[in-house]
Ligand binder design. Structure first.
Ligand code: SAH
Length: 204
């Protein structure tokens, strides 16, 4: 199976992915391609990530049953659904209100009640709910946003793609120490850019 071949070995992560029907987060012709290990288009010009990338990022985040997790970039809600099966509580923010609404509906349909979808600018994090044990950013920034570093609990982990948008980016794992941060690079990825501010969605 390609997840294992890509290096996803954590049994809990594999199980969470197996229990989450990717087709539920896709629409139209793309539903039939849910099993393909490729990123696919969702609305608002965004994409649902490739399953192996979702697996590797989730594994690197090292979530456990006690974790409170913040995800930036809800998109379809697929990654948030997987996190919700591993964590105690998941908050996920999305700058497109249309996507946030659709993700909320799918997550409710799947009975995933420990996820809260917030329409908001994720570059600011979620100060009211901070600190977080884990933060996962699923859009690419040039550098780790300072508010997100600040909202990570000491000992906490943040995984995010960094680099210029539209080129190859580096997946970075940041571990917050009592003083300072420890950085590890995990390979190359390609994500849509992390943009500041809310998106102006066209009327539905
Ligand atoms: N995790 C998603 C895929 C993410 S695609 C999934 O599982 O389907 C990246 C998403 O990040 C896009 O939907 C984009 O609109 C969103 N995004 C980009 N900048 C953002 C910001 N500042 N705050 C919140 N969401 C943002």
């Amino acid at each position: 199976m390609s997840l294992r071949m890509a290096g996803v070995r954590d049994m809990d992560v594999l199980q969470a992915i197996e229990q989450t029907p990717r087709a539920a987060f896709l629409s139209g012709v793309f539903k039939d391609r849910a099993y393909e290990n490729v990123p696919l288009p969702i609305s608002c010009g965004q994409t649902i990530s490739q399953p192996t990338v979702v697996g590797l990022m989730t594994q690197a985040l090292d979530v456990n049953r006690r974790s409170t997790v913040l995800e930036i970039g809800t998109g379809s809600g697929y990654q948030a659904a997987i996190l919700s099966r591993l964590a105690r509580r998941v908050y996920t923010t999305e700058r497109h209100r249309t996507l946030a609404r659709a993700a909320r509906e799918v997550l409710a349909k799947l009975d995933l009640t420990n996820v809260t979808v917030i329409a908001g600018d994720g570059t600011l994090g979620l100060p009211d709910q901070a600190p977080f044990d884990r933060i996962l950013v699923t859009a690419a920034a040039e550098d780790p946003p300072a508010p997100l570093l600040a909202q990570l609990r000491p000992g906490g982990i943040m995984v995010l793609p960094v680099g210029q948008s539209d080129t190859v980016q580096t997946l970075l794992k940041v571990i917050k120490q009592d003083q300072g941060y420890d950085y590890q690079t995990l390979g190359e990825v390609r994500f849509v850019p992390l943009l500041e501010g809310m998106a102006e969605d066209p009327p539905e």
